[in-house]
Design a protein around this ligand. Structure first.
Ligand SMILES: Cc1cc2nc3c(=O)[nH]c(=O)nc-3n(C[C@H](O)[C@H](O)[C@H](O)COP(=O)(O)OP(=O)(O)OC[C@H]3O[C@@H](n4cnc5c(N)ncnc54)[C@H](O)[C@@H]3O)c2cc1C
Length: 404
């Protein structure tokens, strides 16, 4: 399709969701322009796991096969308690009748974006421009105009549609006048990576460790190749400065509290994040569309953020292709909003908030009940399957598909 300002889609943000949108559209002949504020791809340490529905939706655009070459297939996860050890192990093999990918794939987020860029580069109607901070977006009935600060000063770019994939602080969302309601947790979350192999102590490649104050989640990631590295995710003390939380002593103390050992832990990365639970009041205003963190934010327990962004991206671009080709009416884009916003609220927000509460429950009676419940659920194949259907996002994907 020859590029015109009427059919071109402008994507704001070259994070994973923006680049998935770009590849999905460009591989179906739709011209795309991606505008990214940074001068290169960002080495983002945040996400590290892909759930089955994300692998399913990325398959037709050729991304899944490449992810599988790089990632670690994780076949089970544990629910643990810091003093009692393993409470239950949940087998993802229970999903083998439900998906071609009955596992979680662990792979660093910063390995996905270069892979997507490599796939976009040879496509002549796909352009990615770095060092372009978008400052405003306007629309009339037929056209979008995007203003950006570029290396040589202000620029304008015209297109038929804009997709805001510009993260939690989205300028596209603000320009569209869309509210972003929810809350911010008082404590920040730390992500610490170490080469020390927790697997030799019986930790599964994903494990959640409950504790009233010092809860933690651990994951094995590929890093530079086998045996990979382990990442610890935990909540910091709300009253502590970032500098103290990331100091060697405090990090060492937190890692030792999860798995005590005589030697100190070597660390590869240390970062700290503010974490929010927020959902945009709609994901569309006319020709302005939102996907990924620009549309919703959630805490990382369960690994839903990037996965739901990827699922938004493929749902939205499938529909936008048919609108641009004249095969569907624009109202199909409202179905995107109904499908993805509903599951964001009913599933992603609900489960991520619940996961955090389960991990950090302070009331000893409620805590005991919940641990016993997890223990019995893991031993009951029917209940365990129900839990892994939800935790692997298959249930939410099916719920979205069922929404007219
Ligand atoms: C601690 C932590 C751990 C996480 N772990 C997981 C996990 O295991 N699994 C999972 O699924 N999710 C996880 N997430 C969430 C995941 O990292 C995000 O959901 C994901 O990065 C969202 O991708 P995105 O492309 O929507 O936004 P981003 O990755 O934020 O990308 C937005 C892009 O837009 C650019 N941009 C912003 N403003 C402008 C502008 N004005 N003009 C031009 N460009 C702009 C930015 O520079 C950036 O490149 C985690 C999050 C945190 C905080």
């Amino acid at each position: 399709m020859p590029a015109t300002s009427a059919n071109r889609v402008i994507i704001v943000g070259a994070g994973p969701v923006g680049l998935v949108c770009a590849l999905s559209l460009a591989s179906r002949d739709i011209p795309v322009l991606v505008l990214e504020a940074n001068d290169d791809l960002f080495m983002d340490l945040r996400a590290g796991s892909f759930h089955p529905p994300s692998l399913e939706v990325l398959e037709p655009i050729g991304v899944t096969a490449r992810l599988l070459e790089l990632g670690i297939a994780v076949h089970r996860w544990q629910w643990r308690d810091r003093s009692e050890g393993v409470i239950g192990t949940f087998e993802l093999g229970l999903l083998s009748d439900e998906t071609a990918y009955p596992y979680r794939l662990h792979l660093e987020q910063h390995k996905l974006t270069p892979l997507l860029m490599d796939m976009l580069r040879p496509i002549p109607h796909a352009t990615v421009m770095f060092s372009r901070r978008v400052t405003g977006v306007t629309q009339d009935g037929e056209r979008i105009r995007v203003r950006a600060d570029g290396p040589d000063g202000p620029e304008t770019h015209d297109g038929g549609w804009v997709i805001g994939c510009d993260g939690g602080g989205s300028i596209v969302r603000k320009a569209a006048g869309i509210e972003f309601t929810g809350f911010t947790y008082p404590e920040r979350f730390a992500l610490i990576s170490t080469p020390y192999d927790l697997g030799q102590h019986g930790f599964s490649d994903t494990a959640y460790i409950s504790h009233p104050v010092e809860w933690c989640a651990v994951f094995r990631l590929p890093h530079e190749g086998p045996p990979g590295m382990w990442r610890f995710l935990y909540g910091c003390r709300p009253d502590q400065s970032e500098e103290i939380e990331l100091s060697e002593e405090v990090v060492e103390e937190r890692l030792q509290s999860v798995l005590p050992r005589p030697q100190r832990y070597e660390t590869i990365h240390k970062t700290i994040y503010r974490v929010h639970q927020r959902v945009a009041e709609t994901f569309r205003n006319g020709r302005m569309l939102l996907a990924g963190d620009a549309a919703h934010l959630n805490n990382p327990i369960g690994g839903f953020g990037l996965n739901s962004g990827v699922q938004d991206a493929m749902n939205l671009t499938d529909k936008l292709v048919s609108v641009i080709r004249g095969d569907a009416d624009e109202s199909v884009l409202d179905r995107y909003v109904r499908q993805r916003r509903t599951v964001t609220i009913e599933n992603i927000q609900e489960q991520s908030i619940r996961n955090k509460r389960l991990l950090e429950e302070t009331d000893p009676v409620v805590r005991r009940e919940r641990l016993e419940d997890m223990r019995s659920a893991s031993a009951d194949p029917k209940r365990a399957k129900d839990i892994v259907m939800r935790s692997s996002m298959i249930a939410s994907m099916r719920r979205a598909d069922a929404i007219a």
